[in-house]
Design a protein around this ligand. Structure first.
Ligand code: AP5
Length: 193
């Protein structure tokens, strides 16, 4: 099964993707994690994208399409994957469909985690208050910019996947366990969760 976890920054995509990996063995393909790893390693890709991530802008489509294609061809994706933070633009979604079709596969479901902007901001503020290691884009100002980028470039994908009949929307403001249970109901039917 190939799933897309969809939603604005801080909606809980990474949290739910990790739970799907633990419970169902579907690898989490997070372009954000891959890009941050490249920055941390100081690789040519990392040097190219470091300031883009810091500003909360989108990395060029061709770069993320390339890294996701390479990652999907690893053996652990043989039975599918959870796409987390990818696709983020229409060209990325079209490239993903093409890549999967070439392998005889497809996106099966797109799970949208719907969360109000004010709740997203309060999640970042809570993380800042809690201390610890923060991402370079984890400030209220950058989050507001990332939200603007989301509404302009990424939210149009909701219509793209709605038209394909693959979109399911969940209340991402419910507690983590309740979101996980709602995902299970969608994947396994009403007796799950
Ligand atoms: P990326 O790493 O994908 O960041 P993001 O989408 O902005 O999302 P986050 O990781 O901040 O949030 P999340 O939805 O995963 O939520 P999480 O589970 O962490 O991208 C970073 C950057 O990389 C982009 O800005 C861009 O520059 C670049 N990039 C990445 N992919 C790209 C692409 N495809 N194309 C171009 N550029 C790309 O949860 C957030 C917080 O909320 C946590 O503290 C968590 O504990 C808490 N939480 C989670 N669920 C709940 C809940 N139900 N109730 C209460 N709290 C909750």
């Amino acid at each position: 099964m190939n799933l897309v976890l969809f939603g604005p920054p801080g909606a809980g995509k990474g949290t739910q993707a990790k739970l799907l990996t633990d419970k169902r063995g579907l690898p989490q393909l997070s372009t954000g994690d891959m890009l941050r790893a490249a920055v941390a390693a100081g690789s040519p890709l990392g040097l190219r994208v470091k300031s883009i991530l810091e500003k909360g802008e989108l990395v060029p489509d061709e770069l993320v399409i390339d890294i996701i294609g390479q990652r999907y061809d690893q053996p652990d994706c043989a039975h599918g994957a959870v796409f987390d933070g990818f696709p983020r633009t229409i060209p990325q979604a079209e490239a993903l469909d093409t890549m999967l079709a070439a392998r005889g596969k497809q996106i099966d479901l797109v799970l949208e985690l719907k969360v109000d902007d004010a709740v997203l901001l309060s999640r970042v503020e809570a993380r800042i208050k809690a201390g610890g290691v923060l991402r370079s884009d984890d400030t209220p100002e950058t989050l507001k910019h990332r939200l603007g980028v989301y509404y302009k470039n990424t939210a149009p994908l909701l219509d793209f996947y709605r038209a394909q009949g693959k979109l399911r929307t969940l209340d991402g403001m419910a507690p983590v366990g309740a979101v996980t249970a709602a995902v299970a109901v969608i994947l396994d039917g009403p007796t799950a969760g």
